[in-house]
Structure formats: structure tokens, C-alpha cells
Design a protein around this ligand. Structure first.
Ligand code: IPM
Ligand code: MG
Length: 358
């Protein structure tokens, strides 16, 4: 089979980690007889530098015309002072909205070999950790009306958080379907004690739950959820939540797994189309220095194989290769611990390649 992948390396360490990931995909292709065809596109700061805008039309069109998108990371201090609509992050938001990527899956898994890197006490972690954050990605406060107005305290800025029943319903369904394949437990996170949009969210999630009698649903306020993730993370299986709460809680969940450098993500549209990217950012301080951890992006490619291309076996091969390299004691700087073997981005990529035997 032939698959068309749009590649958006982006900024900072984006190109570093994407390069290793493409090698891994090619190796998997070779092993299983698939051809992955890549087309590179600019976005973020890289696009600002070369074309004066964060998300050129050509990039959006190219992504639309591909089977899936692999993205590195965007942003950096160079572009921090630009006005909102010119910031590199706009590229991400534009891709999410433009490609209809409403469902963001962020699995937080603590690999056995990385237990040491987890900042929580071992009795809290127990046997490990396996949570999936399902974040709504094209609505809520990120995309509500925004602007400025005069108030008695001077100029004010506002961002409206708005959710429609349809938006909540479709993300809730994704979360329930996910829960059915996992531990059959969902925690819907909101702030329904305060926010009207959260009360609607809660009601719609309850309505969707009727079709999933086997799934145990509970609701939690976001402040409590932030606390519970640290106090007892294993009470969670699937967390479903809105755009901004999901942004925050997924970073928190990632830290429990030892490093944000390990966390992949899938952003899915209706159908099988998806954009795959690491949860981490562009880390400009270590860009181009062979220091970044490529595993989150490589694991994102594994998610691509599974969710967009329906290639589960191929996906498992990548995950197993990553685990095996970790078990052998190889670590990039972000997950380094005493007595382990420190390697760079490229070496880590090579080690993973070697594990994918023909
Ligand atoms: C993420 C990031 C983005 C977000 C930024 C870079 C726009 O933090 O994907 O979690 O807030 O969604
Ligand atoms: Mg974030």
C-alpha cells in the first residue's frame, strides 16, 4: 500500500525529531511492504521567516490532500513579540480548525523502564500508569469570540468559552468508544459549579453515556482533577474534557510519565484523517544540538499507523522497539537517570531502527 504523508517539521527541535521519525516509518514500510510518500510543508516560525505568515495556504491545502499529517513543533522566542494572529502557534490552531481535527488523543503511559523518571512516590504509581486524555480541539475558549473593550478599569481583553451540544456530543462519543477499548471508565472534567458551558457539557456527556451502559462515567471539577492526577493518577482511565482544560491536564499527566518528551498525540477528524505530533513544544534551547528526545514523535507515528492507516501490527512494532531500547538503558537527556546510557537524538533514532528487525 502507498500512503501520502504531509510532513510539517516546524521550528526548534521539530526538524530534529521528525527526521528520526521518518527513518523509523521507512523501516516499518520496508519490513511490511508499504510505501510512505512524504511531502514537506512549512508552518510556524519557519513559514513566517520564509513566507511572512504562520500557515501558508499551500501548507493547509497540502495537508488536506494527504492521508495524514506528521508535525514536529512550532514556535520560539524569536516570534514571541508578534501580534496574536501572526504568532507561530496560529499555524497549529489553523491546521486544527482547517482540517477539522476535533478530537485530540493524548495517552499518558508510564513505561516500566522509566519508573525512575516519575516524580511521584512509587506507592502512588503502583504498577504503572495508563491514562488517555481526550481533549476537544476545535472549540471552547481557543476558538470563541475574542476582542477588546473599554471598562471602568480601562481597556479590557476577553476570550469567550463556548460549546455547542454537537461539539460535546462528538467528542464524548470518541471518548466513550475509546473507553470501551480500554478500562471502561470515563472521567469528564469541567467546571460545572461555575460555568454555563460546563453545565451544558456535563448534560450532553450524560446523554451520550446512555448508549454506553458498560462504561462507568463520573464527573470532576477541573481543579480537583488537577489535584487527583497527582494524588492518585490510577483512578483515571479516559479523561474527556474541553480544549483548555485538556491542554493543561495533558501537560500535567505527561509529567507523571517522567517526561513530556515521551508523549505522543493524535488529532483526529471525522473519518480516519489525523494529524500526529508530540505533545512537547519546540524547545529552542536545544534545537539542532542532537539532544532532543525523538520518542514522542516516533510514538506519534505509531499512532498514525494505528488510527489513520489501520496498521495495528506495524504500530505495535514501533512501540515495542521504543520499549526495548528503554529497557536496554538508553536515555536522552530529558529522561536520563543514574547508571543509564545517555544518547543523542540521532543515536536514539538508530537504536530504535535496529530494534525493528526485518
Ligand atoms: C498543545 C500546545 C498548543 C495548545 C499551543 C502551542 C497552541 O500547548 O498542543 O498542547 O495550547 O493547544
Ligand atoms: Mg499544551
Amino acid at each position: 500500500m502507498q500512503y501520502k504523508i504531509a510532513v510539517v517539521p516546524g521550528d526548534g527541535i521539530g526538524p530534529d525529531v521528525v527526521e528520526e521519525t521518518i527513518k523509523v516509518l521507512d523501516k516499518v514500510g520496508e519490513k511490511f511492504g508499504h510505501v510512505f510518500e512524504y511531502t514537506k510543508y512549512l508552518a510556524g516560525g519557519a513559514a513566517l521567516n520564509q513566507m511572512g505568515e504562520p500557515l501558508p495556504q499551500e501548507t493547509l491545502e497540502g495537508c488536506k490532500n494527504s492521508d495524514a499529517v506528521l508535525l514536529g513543533a512550532v514556535g520560539g522566542p524569536k516570534w514571541d513579540d508578534l501580534p496574536g494572529e501572526k504568532r507561530p502557534e496560529q499555524a497549529l490552531l489553523g491546521l486544527r480548525k482547517g482540517l477539522g481535527l476535533f478530537a485530540n488523543l493524548r495517552p499518558a503511559i508510564l513505561f516500566e523502564a522509566l519508573k525512575e523518571a516519575c516524580p511521584l512516590k512509587s506507592e502512588i504509581i503502583g504498577d504503572g500508569l495508563d491514562i488517555c486524555v481526550v481533549r476537544e480541539l476545535t472549540g471552547g475558549i481557543y476558538f470563541g469570540e475574542k476582542g477588546f473593550k473599554e471598562t471602568e478599569y480601562g481597556k479590557a481583553a476577553y476570550d469567550v468559552k463556548i460549546y455547542s451540544e454537537g461539539e460535546v456530543k462528538r467528542i464524548a462519543k470518541i471518548a466513550f468508544d475509546m473507553a470501551m477499548k480500554r478500562g471502561k471508565k470515563i472521567t469528564s472534567v469541567d467546571k460545572a459549579n461555575i460555568l454555563e458551558s460546563s453545565r451544558l457539557w456535563r448534560r450532553v456527556v450524560q446523554e451520550v453515556a446512555i448508549d454506553y451502559p458498560e462504561v462507568e462515567l463520573s464527573h470532576m471539577y477541573v481543579d480537583n482533577a488537577a489535584m487527583q492526577l497527582i494524588r492518585d493518577p490510577n483512578q483515571f482511565d479516559v479523561i474527556v474534557t474541553g480544549n483548555m482544560f485538556g491542554d493543561i491536564l495533558s501537560d500535567e499527566a505527561s509529567m507523571i510519565t517522567g517526561s513530556i518528551g515521551m508523549l505522543p498525540s493524535a488529532s483526529l477528524a471525522e473519518g480516519n484523517f489525523g494529524l500526529y505530533e508530540p505533545v512537547h513544544g519546540s524547545a529552542p534551547d536545544i534545537a539542532g544540538q542532537n539532544k532532543a528526545n525523538p520518542m514522542a514523535t516516533i510514538l506519534s507515528a505509531a499512532m498514525m499507523l494505528k488510527y489513520t492507516f489501520n496498521l495495528s501490527e506495524e504500530s505495535d512494532v514501533i512501540e515495542m522497539a521504543v520499549k526495548s531500547v528503554l529497557n536496554q538503558g538508553y536515555r536522552t537527556g530529558d529522561i536520563m537517570s543514574p547508571n543509564m546510557k545517555l544518547v543523542g537524538t540521532k543515536e536514539m533514532g538508530q537504536l530504535i531502527l535496529k530494534e525493528i528487525k526485518n
